[in-house]
Design a protein around this ligand. Structure first.
Ligand SMILES: Cc1ncc(COP(=O)(O)O)c(C=O)c1O
Length: 355
């Protein structure tokens, strides 16, 4: 597919910000090019990280480490301040404000629409089908010559299920537009990622995050995997030093320590099964949806009442009832054992008070 034809003209013609370190690619030497503080940083030195210096704008270290871990060439990786930043950048790269449109199968993660709204891009919401799978006909009906992008999320937030991979690939092959596949929760799934398909499908962009399985929501780090042509354009558009030295330091340490991530994933999945079984034994629960993520979508008799009662006890869950097809549904993140025990106790009390 001709990716250039999908990119906004002003972005294609952009003269990106450059710094001396685009040419002088080293942290050694007498660095008098970036108006930093050469005397030092006001933050205590952290294992030799020089916080008085700007970080590498090319993200070389973290792309390499992450690429090696996930077996993805680093040329195909771009890091953002969380995948939320990547979502925003993608909308800005491909969609002309006030002209183009984006298709979003609902119910799904809310930031896709927010990013489009901020950038004045029309969103065409369609519904996932009753199994929360892609409705191919509905998508085809909505696509026109101004459609630039479709956002898909698998496993989907807040429904928890994975989308059919054959259908995702079909859309990539059939439609002359960008397919953004958000795999924020893929580490919790036993099924494969579509990351490797970017070799065959140059209009597929896969989003990943360190905020979920890796337990690093606080460092704000997510990335996308895509054809090098798209990655190069993202590098032109991003703020010069978007990923901080502290984030990079945390990432380097975390990826080396990947077995801890694996341990967390195992514990979260185990707790999810335990909570699912408990929830299914309650009369106030109408349905617990199958989840390949780190949360459960639960249909209650009266979601608002349950949410309020839990809130009174300091337990916060997300009401998703206003989203299409999710009447009376709460999304419950999987806590640790102790938190889940407390949740279970409170849910039992709500059940009892009802009888
Ligand atoms: C599907 C999905 N994508 C992306 C994000 C945001 O990830 P990040 O923390 O990397 O910005 C979330 C956060 O909840 C999410 O649910």
């Amino acid at each position: 597919m001709d990716i250039k034809s999908l990119i906004r003209n002003n972005i294609l013609n952009l003269k990106p910000y450059t710094s001396a370190r685009d040419i002088y690619d080293s942290t050694e030497g007498i660095l008098l090019d970036a108006n930093e503080n050469s005397f030092g940083s006001t933050f205590i030195e952290l294992n030799g990280i020089e916080l008085n210096r700007y970080p590498d704008p090319h993200q070389k270290d973290i792309r390499k480490i992450t690429g090696d871990y996930y077996s993805i060439p680093s040329e195909n990786i771009f890091f953002g301040v969380g995948s939320d930043e990547v979502i925003d950048l993608l909308v800005r790269v491909f969609c002309n404000p006030g002209k183009d449109n984006v298709i979003i199968p609902e119910p799904t993660y809310g930031m896709y629409k927010v990013a489009c709204d901020i950038n004045n891009i029309e969103t065409r919401e369609i519904l996932l089908n009753d199994d929360f799978q892609i409705d191919l006909d509905a998508i085809k009906e909505k696509v026109d010559e101004k459609t630039k992008m479709i956002f898909l999320c698998s496993p989907n937030n807040p429904t928890g299920n994975e989308l059919n991979k054959t259908e995702i690939k079909y859309l990539c092959n059939e439609l002359n537009l960008i397919i953004v596949l958000d795999e924020a929760y893929i580490d919790f799934s036993i099924n494969d990622t579509l990351v490797n398909e970017i070799k065959n499908l140059n209009n597929l962009i896969v989003l990943r995050t360190f905020s979920k399985a890796w337990g690093l929501a606080g460092i704000r780090s997510g990335f996308c995997v895509a054809d090098e042509e798209i990655i190069n354009i993202l590098f032109m558009v991003k703020a010069p030093y978007n990923i901080s030295s502290l984030t990079r330091y945390a990432l380097e340490k975390a990826v080396v320590n990947f077995s801890l991530k694996d341990k967390y994933v195992t514990s979260i999945i185990k707790e999810k099964e335990r909570l699912k079984n408990q929830l299914e034994s309650l009369q106030i629960v109408k349905k617990v949806y199958k989840s390949d993520a780190n949360f459960l979508l639960v249909k209650f008799e009266n979601a608002k009442l349950v949410q309020n009662k839990l809130f009174e006890k300091g337990i916060i869950v997300r009401d998703r009832s206003t989203q299409p097809k999710l009447e009376n549904c709460l999304r419950i993140s999987i806590g640790n054992e102790e938190e889940n025990d407390i949740l279970w106790e409170e849910l039992r009390k709500i059940e009892k008070s009802k009888n």
